[in-house]
Ligand binder design. Sequence first.
Ligand code: PNS
Length: 160
Amino acid sequence: MNNVLAIYPGSFDPVTNGHLDLIERGARIFDRLIVGILRNFEKDPLFTLDERVEMLREVTRPWPNVEIDVFSGLLVDYAQLRGAHVILRGIRAISDYEYELQMAMMNRKLEPNVETVFMMPAEAYSYVSSRLVREIALLGRHVTGLVPPTVEQRLRAKVL
Ligand code: PNS
C-alpha cells in the first residue's frame, strides 16, 4: 500500500514527550500523519484548543509530513472525511490495553475499513501522561524532560 495516511487522535492537554515520541515513530512509518485534536473534550481543559494547536505545530515542525488538525464528532467519521484508513494509538502499559482494545473494536464495528495501529513509546515515557504532567506542574514542581520546553514554559506561565 502506498501513500498511507494515518490519524493520531487525542486530547493533547498538553502534548507530552511521550506523544512526541509516538508522532516521530508514526511520521517515519506512514507517508502522512495527521495529529487530530478532539474539540469537544468533555473534561475542563487546561489549555485552550488554540493553545494546544499552537504547541503541537511548534513541536512537530521537524516533520514536514505531520499536520495538526482539530476534529469533533466521531473519530471514524473524521477519518473518513480525511480519507485516512489508519488510526494510530500509543500503548504505554498493560493498563492502557483494555480501554484501547475497547475503542479499537468499537471503531472497527463502526467502520471496518479503518484499522487501528498501536505503537509503544520509548520506555522512558512509559509513565508519562498529560494528566500527571498537569497535576505536577499545577502543584508547583518542574516537568523538565516530560514535556517539550515550550510546553514547560506555558505550564509555568499558567501557574504564575
Ligand atoms: O487523549 P485521549 O483522551 O486518550 O483521546 C481519546 C480519543 C480522542 C481518541 C477518543 O476520546 C475519541 O476518539 N473521541 C472521539 C469520539 C469517538 O469517536 N468516540 C467513540 C470511540 S470508540
